[in-house]
Design a protein around this ligand. Structure first.
Ligand code: C2E
Ligand code: CA
Ligand code: CA
Ligand code: CA
Length: 279
């Protein structure tokens, strides 16, 4: 720190200040956002690769900030993880996703599973089991229609305790996916120990897969291995018809990406559900 003559210490170069100010503004705004209903959920369809049918949806949070407009999750989820407020956000998202899915089921629409992203922090700090149980009870949704997406970071610490928690959730009927697979630290070897239902292959593996022989042979090997452990493979971020064809050829089970649909607000997803064939 440097004394500037006016008695103030300057810790930061001036050009960093706007960034820090924005960060503080967002961080302070999170609590109010929850209180004042500024969050909403969008839903992105997952498609059964073999039949082309809608087979699930992923809930993705959006923040309508009164001054800043729509703030993307990449801007505030990391801040919420730093401050611990992510535990409140995860709970809100989980409750809202379950509530909405229950409303759709009760309206007689096609029954599908809703996936919710859960922060790694929830496995260490929060009481994940309690949160899930109480929100399932509050919304009345059958846990067989719920899936949790977690990242490889979850397995960095206390792996035995994490496995216990996952087994407990799976016994309730909840599915567990590993999100962004291939970008973190877990090895394929470790995967064998994990009571996981499916693996979501990160978009970086899918992008350009049709023109990259090295990439496609890696992806082929991952898919075979995951299948040999009786888990499903979901391809994330499928944008082109070529990528989709390729993923089908490699026997991916489910596909998700802009090619099929962007994340949609609840009312638009509902239209899609209404058009889908019932089971
Ligand atoms: P994610 O869980 O990997 O979600 C997938 C992201 O990829 C979403 O971005 C989705 O809109 C985007 N995406 C889907 N298909 C395509 C595609 O074909 N091409 C491209 N380029 N992108 C595609 P989004 O909604 O901006 O979310 C970003 C990240 O923020 C998520 O990555 C997740 O890590 C986090 N996030 C979003 N919602 C929540 C939430 O409710 N809770 C928590 N804890 N994290 C969330
Ligand atoms: Ca996800
Ligand atoms: Ca992902
Ligand atoms: Ca991601």
């Amino acid at each position: 720190a440097k004394e500037e003559g006016d008695g103030c210490y300057r810790f930061f170069k001036p050009n960093l200040l706007p960034l820090i100010e924005e960060k503080m503004r967002l961080e302070n705004g999170l609590y109010k956002a929850l209180q004042e209903n500024q969050f909403s959920l969008y839903y992105q369809p997952k498609i059964n690769a073999a039949t082309g049918e809608l087979c699930g949806i992923e809930a993705l949070i959006r923040w309508k900030h009164p001054d800043l407009g729509l703030v993307p999750p990449d801007k505030f989820i990391p801040l919420a993880e730093e401050s611990g407020f992510i535990l409140e956000i995860d709970r809100w998202v989980f409750r809202e996703a379950c509530r909405q899915n229950k409303v759709w089921q009760d309206a007689g629409l096609k029954q599908i599973s809703v996936s919710v992203n859960i922060s790694a922090r929830h496995f260490y700090q929060g009481n994940l089991k309690e949160m899930i149980l109480s929100e399932l009870k509050a919304t009345g949704l059958d846990p067989h229609y719920v899936s949790l997406e977690i990242t490889e970071g979850v397995f960095m610490r206390n792996i035995d305790q994490v496995i216990d928690t996952i087994l407990y959730l799976r016994n309730l009927g909840i599915q567990i996916s590993i999100d962004d697979f291939g970008t973190g630290y877990s090895s394929l070897n470790q995967l064998q120990r994990l009571p996981i239902s499916d693996v979501k292959l990160d978009r970086s593996f899918i992008q350009g897969i049709t023109s990259d022989d090295k990439k496609s042979s890696i992806v082929r090997a991952i898919i075979e291995l995951v299948h040999s452990m009786n888990m499903k493979v979901v391809a994330e971020g499928v944008e082109t018809l070529d990528e989709s064809r390729f993923c089908k050829e490699l026997k991916c089970d489910e596909l998700q990406g802009y090619l099929f649909s962007r994340p949609l607000p609840a009312d638009e997803l509902e239209v899609m559900l209404a058009q889908a064939d019932p089971e």
